[in-house]
Ligand binder design. Structure first.
Ligand SMILES: Nc1ncnc2c1ncn2[C@@H]1O[C@H](COP(=O)(O)OP(=O)(O)O)[C@@H](O)[C@H]1O
Ligand SMILES: Cc1ncc(COP(=O)(O)OP(=O)(O)O)c(N)n1
Length: 512
């Protein structure tokens, strides 16, 4: 009877479907900003985009030559048509044009507020053309009260506070904190208009969902003129990721990383002679969050074959029934201790590459725990035993593989290489412990302590999380990265088999 299930109980269940994200904004016929940019940004980040148009602009990459705001009654008709039929998970609000439009959107939000509201307080295009009547700026206060996050650039921040435009990042951040406190709303301060090699942004988070009230995000400033619609694209990506369930700091981090690549690859497009658009689809259309489960299932297909082989190994059979020679077990534990020392460094590398704070903390905790387990192995099992502490060939090839992936610096590929150690150990540990219990948990079993440690529910939970993070990284990967992830995972999975088999193959046999 096979001990390998068709799906691991540790795999993520299918996640939320694509968040339905409504953009309430103006039209930019050149496709770089406004509704057109919003819909691309929402799709690129895994959402389903809906659009209600507040205003038409005549503009291109060189500037705005006209603005037409249709009768506000028709805006309300559009909004009512959507809410009569569709559950909206998140809304992004962009260009509004005048105070009457602001009033209509505020009225609609008052009655039908979706779970996530991101307000980009668009006032003036980077070309200098007005997109909101000057006398309507004060009316934005009513909308801010209904928003979760407001995303002003530096001039908008000053206008909303009635202060002078900040000349540097520190002053802009202070203004962002003041705006958040004044209106009781989270503020994403955008530093794109400032000079310097770094493009700063910061989230002043009043939601209580983040580890700290202020999280600063930095990215290299791309030397390009193609920054048309960066604010529209960022706020739409943010609304989509919040709608998908990410916490605010994670959503901002992921949206900014995506936008940075869109700006950096914007020269692949050839649109207009002025400030060109960003490359929204640099990584294609992101699969829905629901598809995360599919990536984990694909990895399981690879792991399942190796797991089958692990269960067939004489070492595992003897470990399970307690008949394993002590010298083989000592060899295995010594290699495990050596392995864990390097594995800890590799987990630390994953922590330093992690795209979100939660992942950073998770891998750092894993790195720390490896050292604790290694120390415990020395204290409880290896002390007093004559065991060689030289890396065996199987250990060496495994850690060399992990170190090489860490050295390449691709987070997604690295976590794929890391995962089999969690996953296969958790599976093997759970099965052997279950069989041990079914056999009446005999006192005479020499390795009961080991079986207990690997069937620990906390380890299973950590494994579940490691699988979920890897599958999420796969969802965000390019096709080439996903191939590299599968290869890295397959190698590690195969090395797990060799690692479990090594004690039976070591030469000379006898003392470990
Ligand atoms: N040249 C650049 N390189 C990297 N990031 C940039 C660049 N210009 C703008 N950004 C980023 O684009 C986003 C929008 O910024 P900003 O230009 O301040 O807003 P807006 O487009 O609303 O005027 C921010 O995340 C900012 O950091
Ligand atoms: C229709 C429309 N809406 C918004 C803007 C402003 O776009 P934004 O991303 O804030 O920045 P710039 O493109 O002006 O740098 C727009 N131009 N058109």
């Amino acid at each position: 009877m096979t001990r390998v299930p068709a799906a691991s109980s540790l795999q993520p269940v299918p996640g939320k479907p694509r968040p339905r994200v409504l953009s309430i904004a103006g039209s930019d016929p050149s496709g770089g900003a406004g509704i057109q940019a919003d819909l691309k940004s929402i799709a690129a980040n895994g959402g389903y985009g809906l659009a209600v148009i507040t205003a038409l602009t005549a503009q291109n990459t060189r500037g705005v030559t006209g603005v037409h705001v249709p009768p506000v009654e028709f805006l309300t008709r559009q909004l009512e048509a959507i809410s009569a039929d569709v559950t909206v998970d998140a809304v992004k609000i962009g260009m509004l044009g005048n105070a009457e439009v602001i009033g209509a959107v505020a009225d609609w939000l008052g009655a039908h507020r979706p779970a996530v509201v991101v307000l980009d307080p668009v006032m003036v295009a980077s070309s200098g053309d007005r997109l909101l009547d000057a006398d309507a700026e004060a009316a934005l206060g009513r909308l801010m009260a209904l928003a979760d996050v407001v995303t002003p650039n530096v001039p908008e921040l000053a206008a909303l506070l009635g202060e002078a435009v900040a000349a540097d990042w520190e002053s802009a951040l202070e203004q962002g904190k003041r705006l958040a406190a004044e209106h009781g709303v989270s503020v994403l301060v955008k530093g794109g208009h400032l000079d310097g090699d770094i493009s700063w942004d910061a989230l002043v988070d009043l939601s209580g969902a983040s580890a700290s009230d202020v999280t600063v995000f930095e990215a290299p400033r791309v030397d390009t003129v193609n920054t048309h619609g960066t604010g529209c694209s960022l706020s739409s990506a943010l609304a989509t990721l919040l709608g998908a369930g990410l916490v605010p700091t994670e959503a901002v981090g992921a949206a900014k990383a995506w936008l940075l690549e869109a700006i950096a690859t914007s020269s692949e497009l050839a649109v207009g002679a002025g400030h060109g658009p960003v490359n929204h689809f640099h990584h294609g259309v992101l699969p829905s969050a629901r598809d995360v489960a599919g990536y984990a299932a694909d990895l399981w297909t690879t792991a399942a074959g190796d797991l089958e082989r692990i269960y067939e190994l004489p070492f595992i059979a003897a470990l399970g029934d307690g008949s394993l020679e002590e010298a083989d077990f000592a060899y295995y534990l010594a290699q495990d201790a050596l392995y864990l020392n390097t594995y800890s460094r590799v987990l630390a590398a994953a922590s330093s590459l992690a795209p979100t704070e939660a992942e950073q903390a998770f891998w750092a905790k894993g790195a720390r725990e490896c050292l604790d387990v290694e120390a415990e192995l020395h204290r409880s099992w290896l002390v007093g035993r004559e065991v060689s502490m030289v890396q065996g060939p199987e250990t060496k090839q495994y850690v060399d593989h992990l170190l090489a992936r860490a050295g390449e610096g691709d987070y997604a590929v690295l976590v794929a290489a890391i995962l089999p150690c969690y996953w296969l150990y958790a599976e093997v540990g759970a099965v052997l412990f279950r069989e041990f219990e079914q056999a009446g948990a005999p006192d005479s079993h020499q390795y009961a302590m080991w079986l207990r440690s690997y069937s620990d529910p906390a380890f299973a939970e950590a494994t579940r999380q490691a699988i979920a993070y890897t599958a999420e990284a796969a969802r965000r990967s390019t096709p080439a990265q996903w191939t590299a992830m599968q290869e890295a995972f397959a190698h590690s999975s195969r090395f797990e088999v060799d690692f479990f088999d090594a004690p039976s193959r070591r030469v000379p046999r006898g003392r470990a």
